[in-house]
Write a protein that binds this ligand. Structure first.
Ligand code: A5P
Length: 231
């Protein structure tokens, strides 16, 4: 990743933190963009500009980072609605539909996003795409039990699918102990139809299509920062 892209990610994430006010419950996203929002929230809490924030982390990685920053965290049983969640995305289409899960945290990310009044997606402009699936494979989280039958099912829907691996060749396991199948569907003609097929299959725990969820998209690019709101 170039320094410039990192800077754009930081700009988008920090802009989104302007939506966070004292007293809010805040969903803390996962990935190289969302981490800048978490760090900024930690900084504002430390210097007293924000007070009484409670975070809910979308992954163990984010949980660890938030603890280091001194952000108080909700327990995992999510007892109250989330005011705003700030998270990244792998691909964003013109209708604000998303592919997420590049970091493998899609399940918790979707749970937290669905519990949020406001779901702010932060990204650099490279994430914009006319059709989901053009630039990024769709992550599908599956139970390890009988996972090969999910692979076949995904292939029957037209995907080239493979099990995500760690750098050492071992299988990547999500925070919930499941596998990820990265699925190359090519440009996805009908994300809603695909989401319905994936959602009705036993053994598929969750998929990375986040449809009708983003309320705001903050995009940082060469020409500045754009704040796009729902249609
Ligand atoms: C994590 O599982 C993902 O959904 C991330 O939010 C997504 O992959 C974007 O990550 P980056 O901000 O690192 O590009």
């Amino acid at each position: 990743m170039s320094d410039q892209q990192t800077q754009l990610k930081q700009q988008a994430a920090e802009r989104a933190v302007e939506f966070v006010q004292s007293g809010m419950v805040v969903g803390l996203g996962t990935g190289s963009t969302a981490i800048f929002a978490t760090r900024r929230i930690g900084q504002l809490l430390a210097d007293g500009q924000l007070k009484d924030i409670i975070g809910i982390a979308t992954s163990r990685r984010t949980d660890e980072e938030a603890r280091k920053l001194g952000i108080p965290l909700l327990p995992d049983d999510l007892p109250q609605p989330v005011d705003v969640t700030i998270d990244g995305a792998d691909e964003i289409d013109p209708d604000f539909h998303l592919i997420k899960g590049g970091g493998g945290a899609l399940l918790r990310e979707k749970i937290v996003a669905q519990a949020s009044s406001r779901f702010v997606v932060v990204a650099d402009e490279s994430k914009l795409s006319d059709k989901l699936g053009t630039n990024f494979r769709l992550p599908v989280e599956v139970l390890e039990f009988a996972w090969r039958s999910q692979l076949q099912f995904l292939e029957s829907l037209g995907a080239k699918a493979e099990v995500r691996q760690n750098a050492d060749g071992s299988r990547f396991l999500t925070d919930s102990g499941n596998l990820i199948l990265d699925c190359d569907f090519g440009p996805i003609a009908d994300p809603l139809e695909l989401a319905a097929s994936l959602g009705s299959r036993a053994g598929i725990v969750e998929h990375g299509l986040f449809l009708y969820m983003a309320t705001d998209v903050i995009i940082a690019g060469q020409d500045g920062i754009r704040h796009l709101t729902g249609k």
